[in-house]
Design a protein around this ligand. Structure first.
Ligand code: PFF
Length: 468
């Protein structure tokens, strides 16, 4: 592949090398990175997977994966991005030993981004639709049959499913066209704290419901026999998805990091804040599940059917319900923006498309791919090759296959190809911070432990060892 983008002289291409956007302050870096991590993963995916996979055991494996696999990889990706100050493909080409094909990680990352966005945009579409419907007051009910019926009426209607997805794509496209700093940073910095506050209130309230005790033991007292290899793979996949790693998103955001930013400290803060949002979402949802007779294993509909039940009990419930989904929509937007950024910056810097054109092309591809996921609950509901709908395939393949495989490759790249000295220079800001010892430990982990662990979990989860 020729290096057309960054070395060209035409105006838009020159822009790519000479005036790349970037985050303007330390708080901006933190907010944008957190904005990528926090999203539907916390509020939609974490509760539904925790519920469907037995609760506490799943949560424990998820925590371990986040700490020992996710965090080191997040640090690694950000370090690569900041060193190279380029999109994932160019970054790896720049840092890799001559002639090695590590840049393919960037290509796989772009594929993963499209796959995730295809189904993610549809779930954001449901959230947008719920904001509008909540305001009409029709969603509030603590009757499981009724809240499930409201959800089904939305997702089983192909016209609504598609139209809301297009609304989402147009909205995200609009924000991205404003540019990296203004668009992403401004939106996320202001609104994340509000979501957090609302979740604290909601979690606190939910814990006063009669099913709270049962919910807490579901979340925190593991039933060991429920932990199967497939559950472990799903939990690890969630850790990748949650931290936006394994596909170049954090590499891309790393390329916008300021030179002074402390990478390991930022990654740790993001990981902890992200985890608290997920746990709060769990606290808000599971007491309601056990109080009103929902099924914890309801799957993708879980948050949409339980949250209206929690608010149904409160004064001003409709407005609060709308606020909840609005803030969720905003969190999801931050995550979508970071997903979009991967193909957009690659198309811009490597293919020489202007940012607006790169954005439009990405949206166009997404409109096509996304339609398959949008219609998975209606027109295409019976189209289930290999027992999964297109929506489920996009979700499964990205989290359980592409992201972990990307994680293995990134760990191997940093551990074996890039070199510990360069890695340590990034973690310590060229010796200004005392992170050298940490760099040594993370480097050893990435070299020997992380790739092997991910591979074992993947093989076991895919049934290779059991012959299933
Ligand atoms: N971390 C986001 C969430 O949990 O909602 C989803 C996501 C964003 C995954 C960006 C991957 C990514 F690159």
């Amino acid at each position: 592949m020729s290096k057309s983008g960054p070395s060209s002289t035409d105006a838009s291409r020159t822009h790519a090398t000479t005036s790349r956007g970037g985050f303007s302050s330390s708080l901006g870096v933190l907010a944008a990175t957190l904005g990528s991590a926090v999203g539907l993963g916390n509020i939609w995916k974490f509760p539904s997977l925790t519920g469907a996979n037995g609760g506490a055991g799943f949560l424990l494996i998820y925590l371990l994966s986040t700490l020992f696999i996710g965090l080191p990889l997040m640090v690694a990706e950000i370090a690569i991005g900041r060193q190279a100050r380029a999109n994932p493909i160019s970054a790896l080409r720049q840092l890799q030993p001559r002639g090695a094909p590590w840049w393919l990680i960037g290509v796989a990352g772009m594929a993963a981004a499209f796959l995730i966005m295809a189904f993610y945009s549809e779930v954001v579409a449901w959230v947008f639709a719920y904001v509008a419907k909540a305001l009409s007051g029709n969603l509030l009910s603590s009757d499981p049959v009724q809240t499930q019926a409201s959800f089904d009426a939305l997702v089983r209607d192909p016209v609504q499913a598609l139209l809301w997805q297009w609304v989402v794509l147009a909205f995200i496209g609009g924000i991205l066209l404003l540019g990296v700093t203004r668009g992403i940073e401004a939106a996320t910095k202001r609104l994340m704290p509000l979501l957090f506050l609302l979740l604290v209130l909601l979690g606190g309230y939910s814990l006063t419901l009669p099913g709270a005790g049962q919910a807490l033991s579901f979340l925190f007292a593991p039933e060991w026999h429920k932990i199967t290899p497939a559950v472990v793979l799903t939990a690890m996949g969630l850790a990748f998805f949650k931290l936006s790693i394994g596909m170049g998103t954090m590499m891309t955001y790393g390329s916008y990091f300021t030179a002074e930013q402390n990478i390991p400290a930022t990654a740790t803060r993001v990981m902890l804040a992200d985890l608290s949002v997920s746990l709060l979402a769990g606290m808000a949802i599971f007491p309601a599940v056990f109080s009103f007779g929902f099924q914890p294993s309801a799957g993708p509909s879980l948050v949409f059917i339980t949250i209206p039940a929690v608010f149904a009990q409160m004064p001003g419930g409709s407005v609060l319900l709308a606020a909840f989904f609005l803030l969720t929509a905003i969190a999801a937007t931050g995550a979508m923006l970071s997903l979009m950024e991967v193909p957009v910056v690659i198309l811009h810097e490597r293919w020489g498309l202007s940012r607006p054109r790169a954005t439009l092309l990405t949206l166009l591809i997404l409109g096509l791919l996304g339609a398959g996921c949008a219609l998975s609950q209606s027109t295409l509901a019976t189209f289930q090759p290999g027992g999964r709908t297109l929506f489920d395939w996009a979700d499964y393949l990205s989290s359980n296959l592409l992201l972990p495989a990307g994680g293995i490759a990134i760990a191997l790249f940093v551990g074996w190809a890039w070199g510990e000295r360069a890695f340590a220079a990034q973690l310590s800001n060229h010796g200004q911070l005392g992170n050298q010892g940490l760099a040594r430990v993370v480097s050893l982990l990435l070299r020997w432990v992380t790739p092997v662990l991910i591979l074992l979990v993947m093989l076991a989860g895919l049934g290779v060892f059991s012959g299933a």
